[in-house]
Ligand binder design. Sequence first.
Ligand code: SF4
Ligand code: SF4
Length: 362
Amino acid sequence: MAEDNVGRIVNGQVVRPKQQLAMVFDLNKCLGCQTCTIACKTLWTREEGMEHMWWATVNTMPGRGTPKDWEAMGGGFQNGAPRAGRLPTSEEFGEAWEFNYDEVFYGGKGEGAALRPQGKPPTWGPNWDEDQGSGDYPNSYYFYLPRICNHCTHPACLEACPRRAIYKRAEDGIVLIDETRCKGYRFCMEACPYKKIYFNHVRTIGQKCIFCFPRVEKGVAPACARQCPGRLRFVGYLDDEKGPIHKLVKQWKVALPLHAERGTEPNVYYVPPLSPARVDADGNVDESKPRIPIEYLRSLLGTEVDGALEMLKAEMAKAKRGEKSELLDTLIVYRWPNQIFPDFTKDPATLEWSRSDTTRKA
Ligand code: SF4
Ligand code: SF4
C-alpha cells in the first residue's frame, strides 16, 4: 500500500503524481482487429479466475459495449461528491465460454461438427455487437472505441476502497490494486464510471489493467500499444512538453478524455473520428453534414470535440495545399516506435525477463 495520498483529495485538492503516464488513441486509425485485446489477454489474464477478463477491450460505437450498457451504470463524481454506481453482473461482462473442442477435433465427425459455446447459451460478450453501428443506408456509420483503465487522476475506485488497497503511484500515476490488501468487496467496481475492474471469483479480489508497469519500468511500451498494427496508441508522459501526448492533448487539443463529466480526470485521450459526408437519396453529397452525428460525439467526448474536429480538418486542408502539418505528421507516425512512444522504445525480445517480471502483480 502506498503511504502517500496521491489520487486522494487533501485540503480540497487532488494530490497529483510527480508525472502522469497517459495514452492517446487516434480513433481514425483503429481497425477493430483486436490485436491489442489479445496481446493483453495472453500476457496478463491467463490464470484461473481470469478467464472472463479483458482488461483491454475494443467495441463498435454506437454500441452497448462491455460490460453491456456500462455508460448507464453510474459511478464517478458529480460536483465533487461520489455518484452512485452499480455493480455489473457477470452476464453483462459476458462469461468465459467453453467450446466443444473434443467433438470438433477428435470426434471423427469431419465437417459435421462446428465449434459452438457449450452449456447455457451466451447472451453477451466483450465484443457482442461488433460492426452493427447505427444509421440507415447509405448513411450508416460506426467506429471502434478501444478502452483500458484510464489511470485516472482522481480515481473513483481508489476513493471507494475501504481497505486502501487501491493506490496511485507517485512516480508515474499508474493506478494499481494491492492484491494482498484487497478483500473483494467490489466497491471499486461500483464506483468506477468506466467499469474497468473485474472480479476474480477464485481469488476473491478485484483485478484490472496495470498499464503493463513491469514493461514500462524497463522502457518497453505496454503490450496493447506495441502490438497495435494501426499504430494509434501513443504512450508517454502528459507533462512532457516535447512528447506527442502533451502536444496532442494540451497544445493542439485534438485528443479528449472519454466521459470527462464523470469527474475522475481520466488519462486516456481520444482523437475523435472524422466521418464521410452524408449522401441523399439521389446520391448527392452534403459536405455540411457528417455521417457521425456531432451530438453523439459530444455525448462521449464533450463539446470540445467540435474544436478538435475543426483543428483536424484545418490541418488536413493545410497538407492538401502542400504545407507542412506537424500535427498530421505526429498522427501519421512515420517513424515507429520513436514517434509514438518515445520513452518506451525498447524491444521486449532483446531484454532478459524473469518469471517474476511477467507474473508480478501489484
Ligand atoms: Fe479506477 Fe476506473 Fe479510473 Fe481505472 S478507470 S483508475 S478503475 S476509476
Ligand atoms: Fe484498434 Fe490497434 Fe486494437 Fe487493432 S490493435 S483494435 S488497430 S487499437
